[in-house]
Design a protein around this ligand. Structure first.
Ligand SMILES: NC(=O)c1ccc[n+]([C@@H]2O[C@H](COP(=O)([O-])OP(=O)(O)OC[C@H]3O[C@@H](n4cnc5c(N)ncnc54)[C@H](OP(=O)(O)O)[C@@H]3O)[C@@H](O)[C@H]2O)c1
Length: 300
């Protein structure tokens, strides 16, 4: 049976891990990218020629890195952050609507930033909140951009991902050197929640959503273990056999990233993967200590 998956942003941290997993499982992969390369098409090609023939699933993981420390949080950069997610998602949705032979499923990623940081509230996928800041507004627009008319007949899945823990990208890649040199520590008092998921689990969750026809709607892409920033810091430091007692002052992050963006590190939400678990998804790394140990093991 032919099984081809199109991945927008498939060159990135999550996308390249997903491509590797899918190829290992016998899938063909076509990446939609701004940069030419083998088994890649451009966004312009997608608009002109539509989806490659015999596409069985479409996944969007494209998006300008919000926490790029080299970029100032200007109006122009925020526009890039927004457009790279919303426009790529709507381009893929458009291609699905236009396709004569439809894929079975359209999966897009979004973030837990859709939930308002709060010390007491627990958020499951059932929560229907309104946008309250730039990032939550972005999540709403990003998710809506992938909505397909019912008569298109394509299953739709949205993964609201927590911080993805992996050696090759995201937060851990940025923290590795400071932690390695014993300069790691919690952000502020470290009491803010840190919704997280291991890279192997987010890619396996995408595969699970591709292969299980009953899976649809929003899934929280987070581990079932609720932790704080301080607990994560301890787990990573312990796995690396390093101390981690130098806190990162909140005012420094606000200065470096601007307060609106630094909130992704200085505040957090308690997110429960209720629907993800109800569908029977089994995590390889349900606890943060094992997850951090695997990152250190794989780094050698
Ligand atoms: N990593 C996390 O912890 C995490 C958590 C929650 C949600 N997410 C979301 O998941 C998605 C993938 O995350 P990631 O960590 O894999 O990101 P990443 O490594 O930064 O990769 C994202 C990909 O998006 C494409 N891209 C970047 N800027 C773009 C732009 N201006 N216009 C169009 N495409 C652009 C790039 O592909 P090309 O250069 O090939 O075009 C890049 O490889 C992102 O949307 C992110 O917001 C990530």
């Amino acid at each position: 049976m032919i099984r081809n998956v199109v991945i927008g942003g498939g060159t990135g941290f999550i996308g390249s891990a997903l491509s590797t997993l899918l190829r290992r499982e016998g899938y063909g992969v076509t990446v939609v990218s701004r940069v030419p390369g083998p088994q890649r098409i451009s966004w312009a090609d997608l608009g002109k020629n539509g989806l490659p023939p015999e596409t069985t699933a479409v996944v969007n993981l494209a998006g300008q890195n919000v926490l790029d420390p080299t970029r100032r949080w200007t109006k122009g950069f925020k526009q890039n952050v927004w457009a790279s997610r919303v426009n790529s998602t709507s381009s893929l949705a458009e291609a699905i609507i236009e396709a004569k032979a439809k894929p079975k499923v359209f999966i897009t990623i979004s973030g837990v930033g859709i939930y308002k940081p709060c010390a007491s509230k627990e958020y499951t996928e059932d929560y229907e909140g309104k946008p309250f800041d730039f990032l939550s507004n972005l999540c709403h627009d990003w998710e809506a951009a992938g909505n397909l008319p019912i008569d298109v007949g394509v299953r739709r899945v949205i993964l609201r991902s927590g911080v993805v823990l992996g050696r090759n990208g995201g937060m851990v890649k940025q923290l590795w050197l400071p932690f390695y040199f014993g300069m790691g520590g919690p952000v502020g008092d470290g009491n803010q929640f840190l919704p997280w998921i291991h890279i192997d689990d987010i890619t396996r969750l995408i595969l699970f959503a591709i292969e299980n026809e009953s899976v649809k709607g929003v899934l929280n892409g987070v581990s079932p273990e609720i932790i704080t920033n301080k607990q994560f810091t301890k787990a990573l430091a312990r796995a690396m056999w390093r101390p981690a007692s130098i806190p990162v002052p909140v005012f420094l992050l606000n200065l470096a990233f601007s307060e609106e963006r630094a909130k992704m590190m200085t505040e957090g939400q308690k997110v429960i993967p209720k629907r993800t678990q109800a569908y029977g998804f089994k995590y390889c790394y349900p606890d943060v200590q094992t997850a951090c140990q695997s990152l250190v093991r794989n780094a050698k």
